[in-house]
Write a protein that binds this ligand. Sequence first.
Ligand SMILES: [Zn+2]
Ligand SMILES: [Zn+2]
Length: 341
Amino acid sequence: MKALQITSPGQVEVVERPLPKLAGEEFLLRVNFVGMCGTDLSSYLGKNPLVSYPRVLGHEVSATVVEAPGTDPTFAPGTNVTVSPYLGCGRCPACLRNRANACQFNQTLGVQRDGAMTKLIGMGSDKLYAAPGLTAIELALVEPLTIGFHAAQRGRIEAEDVVAVFGCGGVGVGAIFAAAQRGAMVIAVDIEDKKLQLARACGATHAIHSNNEPLHERLMEMTNGRGPDVVVEAIGSAPTFRAAVEEVAFTGRVVYIGYAKDLVPYETRLFVQKELDILGSRNAIPQDFHRVIAALQKTPLPVDQVVSTVVPMEEAGEALREWSAHPSRFQKILVQINDAD
Ligand SMILES: [Zn+2]
Ligand SMILES: [Zn+2]
């Protein structure tokens, strides 16, 4: 069967792979769509230290059950599903605390092990999520949204909060959608009008174009001089890492989803003086998948704005090349693997 493989950094090929060998309780899935995110782009560029080559990409999965090991009707053949791509070790401190999303030895599909950009895959029922009412394309958007939903949970975002989200890419948009679903007032911050427009469509009521407007002054105006109760950093650059602790309100929460490649010099006085909760947020847990699915069932997203393009497997390499040359041109690239029902 065909699979999309990164053979070495910069080299993408459609290759033949053997059919999956199912372990005892695994379901056979036919893959319909797979999304690509920043992780895939950095794997393609050879900038992801977690990835070894050759590697089949794909961790944002929309699929249909083809064969089931038992008679449980939840995932009967024909059911459309999405997939949690994380595999915890079960033994590290994070796994033992029921936080396998931050497993010390986590393996993600398409990163540390071969992913879903292939016709058929095998998965255990603990990794499957059915989502009645969602389209095959929406199913591919669930996993990327869970990242922002997990961040909203980490930040304990509630209806009374004013939340500023720095960065309105795939991850930031998830945090905006999650915060809006929780009833918070959401301020989206980005340097591109198109992304701010999408942020509004996902629930942000305020937007700051931080290249054209002074971030601090605008945040102060919007929060009656207090600063946002929660800042979610979804960019991963040193200046925005710093701005998060500088702009957040006293006793506020800062949630970091991205990470900066450079060392970040901080005014540590602010940590103490503001008595901040500074939280990291990594991947997602099963509850996040259930929350995203429930949110999408209630409030559909503007899929035509979220998904920039849908390409067949044969054109995915070209799409990655274009994306790396023009990072701001794409919000989300979907690869169509099989024709969905
Ligand atoms: Zn992703
Ligand atoms: Zn673990």
